[in-house]
Design a protein around this ligand. Structure first.
Ligand SMILES: [Zn+2]
Length: 303
């Protein structure tokens, strides 16, 4: 009875708490792998995503690889993103390299040429953000400071993420099912992606409460791909049901949690929530127990 009562008392807190999430899409306007999508697939994916973003009025930040925008078709796609009021633009380098492996001059070239290509299409629309491919900011704290300093000079803020759910891995399995015209399997993979994403949110919400003693606005990292195009509305509705309001990256990053110094300067792509943990032993134990999609995906690989 006591447990039942406390469950009822907790209900309004869960349903009315206004959590915030900024959705961010990397590898715009298409995936980095050449030849992965046909031109028609690229167009359909971009248009379907934009249509839902507009309809649901969810602010989204995209991170652009300019090398793909030299093709006129893709330039047109980028222009559609740039023209949309819900969209904030960010750079993701020209060729999507691991910047930790690049000499500083090559890194600067990646940033400068990408800047030129994006601005040629976006015209006067600002491009305030930058996200490192693979979230690899440099091989150590010095290299990272040099790169982030250069970005600042160019007017860019290097942005973090707090939640991701390996959407690119689900996408790969999803594409395999679609190519075999196995729609039942594709649907099951889409549903598994949403389930695993919510599981990841649950994990990182708990981690945020442990690190900061409260909920923080989350930054969700995923990619421009067909899986997200097919499941964007489902994802947003599921997050809304969890009490989330979709906000801009700017609004999310206004929270003072985002001013926390980094305590881990390795070049791997893990969540900033780990990087913000001062104690190395605690951080490592969290990293060891962080969500892994392998189990969810193994089911589909064995089918
Ligand atoms: Zn990327």
């Amino acid at each position: 009875m006591k447990r039942f009562l406390s469950a009822i008392l907790l209900l309004p807190l869960v349903s009315f708490a206004q959590r915030q999430v900024a959705i961010t899409l990397d590898d715009a306007p298409i995936m980095a792998l050449p030849g992965y999508y046909t031109a028609a697939q690229r167009k359909a994916t971009n248009e379907k995503l934009l249509q839902q973003i507009t309809l649901l009025r969810t602010p989204v930040s995209i991170f652009i690889n300019g090398a793909h925008c030299i093709i006129p078709d893709n330039q047109q796609l980028l222009k559609k993103w740039a023209d949309n009021q819900m969209i904030t633009l960010g750079s993701h380098t020209l060729n999507h390299p691991n910047c930790a492996d690049l000499p500083i001059d090559s890194f600067k070239m990646e940033v400068t040429i990408n800047d030129y290509i994006i601005k040629a299409v976006a015209k006067d629309k600002p491009v305030p953000y930058f996200r490192f491919p693979y979230n690899a900011m440099g091989k150590d704290s010095v290299a990272q400071a040099v790169r982030i300093g250069y970005l600042k000079e160019k007017g860019y803020t290097a942005v973090p993420f707090t939640v991701e759910s390996s959407d690119y891995m689900f996408e790969q399995t999803y594409q395999e099912a679609l190519k075999k015209k196995d729609n039942t399997k594709a649907k099951a993979i889409g549903e598994a992606y949403i389930r695993y994403t919510l599981f990841s949110f649950d994990y990182f919400e708990k981690l945020a409460r442990e690190v900061f003693g409260r909920d923080i606005p989350q930054v969700y990292l995923c990619h421009v791909n067909q899986l997200n195009a097919d499941y964007y509305t489902t994802l947003v509705k599921a997050l809304q049901q969890r009490g989330y309001q979709c906000v801009s990256l700017q609004q999310a990053m206004q929270d003072k949690a985002y001013d926390t110094p980094l305590y881990d300067h390795r070049q791997y792509g893990f969540s900033w929530l780990f990087r913000w943990i001062p104690d190395a032993a605690i951080r490592k134990s969290h990293l060891r127990n962080s969500p892994e999609p392998d189990k969810e995906l193994a089911v589909f690989k064995s089918l």
